[in-house]
Design a binder for this molecule. Sequence first.
Ligand code: SF4
Length: 326
Amino acid sequence: MVRARFHAPDACTYMLMRIINYTNVCVAQCDYCAFYTLPGQEGGYVLSDAQVFAKIDELLELGGDLVGFNGGFNPALPLEYYCELFAAVRARYGDRLEFYALTIAEFMYLADHAKLDYLTTAKRFKDAGVRWITGGGSEILTEDFRRRHSKFKYTVKQYFEAQRALIEAGLRSTATMVVGFDETIEERIEHLERTRQFQDETGGLASFLCWTFKPYFTPLGSQLGGIEIGTGEYLRHLALSRIYLDNIPRIRTSVLTQNERALEGLLYGADDFDLPIEDEVTQKAGATINLQFDKVLTYAKSLGYTATYRSVAKDGAASRAGTQPA
Ligand code: SF4
């Protein structure tokens, strides 16, 4: 079994984290999104630094130490805004906190908006104290899927060029996938195959996280009749991902979209999960967050797994100090 090559059979890890949705203004207009507001429309917001810090402080008080920044493609926010925000977060929290600075989709938009190439942009972020950018926003990596649903976002070719630039700049990255739109089985396989090939070439992807499309209040969801794929189909896809991506050590299962049933993913090859306290993007499309973390962890135990807290902040600090492998 592929999982056993990387992890003890009854072991799994988890993180307590929050997504900080710093702006909901976006020009990408993906038809699977219930989160965004167009520039100038009522309800658009950009969080202040004080609001960002308050969200981080709340997470730290709960015992978590990882945040992910995820917003929209907001043309009013220049690259400098992000560099200053991330530098301020790093200066204030140091190694007590780690943060995923944006998804790769936002990273690509920012680079284009600033008229810079991906490598230069990645280096600017690194200089601002950034260590991670996630592969979020990849959904299904086929050109046809992107033309059907998010034609203003990026091409698959650009996605992998950007991933390569992040790795070359010395940033860390991850792979993601979302299933349950109208994608075909062939498209799911193409996504896995491209990810696998990229990892074979670079070895730069730390983990693979797959979650399910929440269709509520989205244009695509209404078009498809508002039906979510079931947990069984999700679990089978996780198992397929674990077998296919045998060059990525960590496969993560999505509590955010599957609640505690996501833990059954541990039986299907996953080894890691998040306990999120907030993610407005998926919550607006119908995700519900269970803050009774004990209940989730007890479920892991009932399935036969010992869940250990995984601190990206502490692991990273130990790795940089040379006392522990990354
Ligand atoms: S999914 Fe992201 S990029 Fe697409 S419209 Fe929503 S906020 Fe914008």
